[in-house]
Design a protein around this ligand. Structure first.
Ligand code: FMN
Length: 351
């Protein structure tokens, strides 16, 4: 009911705030005997950490994962897995002047309206830091998927109005934006650096491709695979849109253009983005995510305080000038959680 748990067959409950003691997660439903090296979880957490060149915030969290349960001799035991990441580099002083002020574009106002109290230190639960817990859980789901030959890759397709024309997997982890094309990544960086100088920020588009998904995953009618993926991705802060395959462009296509025709080997095109009728069709699942510009910016902006008085705020501090590169591993993690849930549900239906 309260919205801190995702999934039923492979359930994930996250806890913690940006400037509290820790963030963490309880994963329940992971198959026993899955061999996981802690470093494999750590690799994913390190990908989410701030600190990739000029586009990222300068918060320096070690983000070392501590596994407190559900794990023995390098394997899952089938019991709940608790993973915790202690907050070591939180600087709440930087938020003191924002204690009574609602930051434009952030969740402060609505948290206050809903709960009548809010953790003003770094955004509390609405902070991007909460997603570290999801990434840790996603690393376990990813491992389960790997055993089935399913792999996935997300990357920044566009940022600050610059689009990558090609997807070059080798380039992705070697540039600050996690862009999939080198030339575009340089232009993105230059534009973002320029915006940052003006106290501003940039948005972008993250794309995700999932390979080797067997046909038939998804549960019509209310738990269609695309519906579940979209809900999972929309649960990530700063996400403003999700589209599959040709997405919104489909609205301008004709049926003969959009339909994916078939021959004896399968589909000839993939305009559907790998999902038909809410079920995977065996093609790559491809979706794109619209990410809004980082709300916390140094540019002066008008807002109100808790008493309703008009105030001007300039938000200094450690913020990403573009969130896309940090959202990439979170998108992958959420997609892994959705797929692992549907694999288990499908297996239970067929048992
Ligand atoms: C990984 C990640 C990092 C983020 N970093 C920042 C940040 O440095 N500064 C900021 O203002 N917002 C950041 N955000 C976005 C806010 O959390 C988000 O905009 C806010 O919670 C309001 O939610 P909404 O944009 O979905 O409406 C980040 C989000 C994610 C997922």
């Amino acid at each position: 009911m309260v919205g801190n748990t995702f999934g039923k067959a492979f359930s994930v409950t996250t806890f913690g705030e940006s400037h509290g003691g820790a963030v963490g997660v309880v994963v329940d439903g992971a198959r026993p005997g899955v061999k996981i090296d802690t470093e494999e979880i750590q690799v994913q957490l390190d990908r989410r950490k701030p600190g990739r060149g000029g586009v990222a915030s300068s918060r320096r969290e070690p983000d070392r994962v501590n596994i407190l349960s559900g794990f023995c001799d390098g394997k899952t035991t089938g019991t709940p897995i608790l993973m915790i990441l202690y907050n070591k580099d939180a600087d709440s002083k930087a938020y003191e002047h924002l204690r009574n002020v609602f930051r434009p574009g952030h969740a402060d106002y609505v948290y206050m309206k809903k709960y009548g109290i809010r953790d003003w230190r770094g955004g509390g639960r609405s902070s991007g830091r909460e997603t570290a817990a999801r990434v840790a859980a996603g690393a376990i789901a990813r491992k389960c998927l790997q055993h089935r030959g399913i792999s996935l890759l997300a990357y920044t397709r566009a940022a600050a109005g610059v689009w990558c024309r090609e997807v070059k997997p080798d380039v992705i982890e070697n540039n600050a934006l996690r862009a999939c094309e080198e030339k575009a990544s340089k232009e993105m960086e230059a534009r973002i650096a320029n915006l940052q100088k003006q106290g501003d920020s940039a948005g972008g588009v993250v794309e995700c491709r999932i390979r080797n998904v067997p046909p038939g995953l998804g549960a019509p009618v209310f738990d269609k695979l695309d519906a579940c993926l979209a809900a999972a991705i929309f649960s990530i802060g700063a996400v403003k849109g999700v589209e599959f395959g040709t997405g919104f462009a489909a609205a301008e296509m004709t049926g003969s253009e959009h339909n994916d025709q078939m021959d004896g080997n399968g589909f000839l095109t993939n305009n559907a983005g790998g999902i038909l009728g809410g079920l995977s069709n065996g093609e790559d699942i491809v979706f794109r995510v619209a990410v809004k510009p980082t709300p916390s910016i140094a540019h002066p902006q008008q807002t109100v305080d808790h008493e309703g008085c008009v105030r001007t705020v300039e938000i200094e501090g450690r913020h990403d000038a573009c969130i896309c590169p940090r959202i990439v591993p979170v998108v992958e993690a959420m997609a892994c959680l959705v797929l692992e849930n549907h694999i288990k549900r499908h297996a239970a239906l067929m048992a």
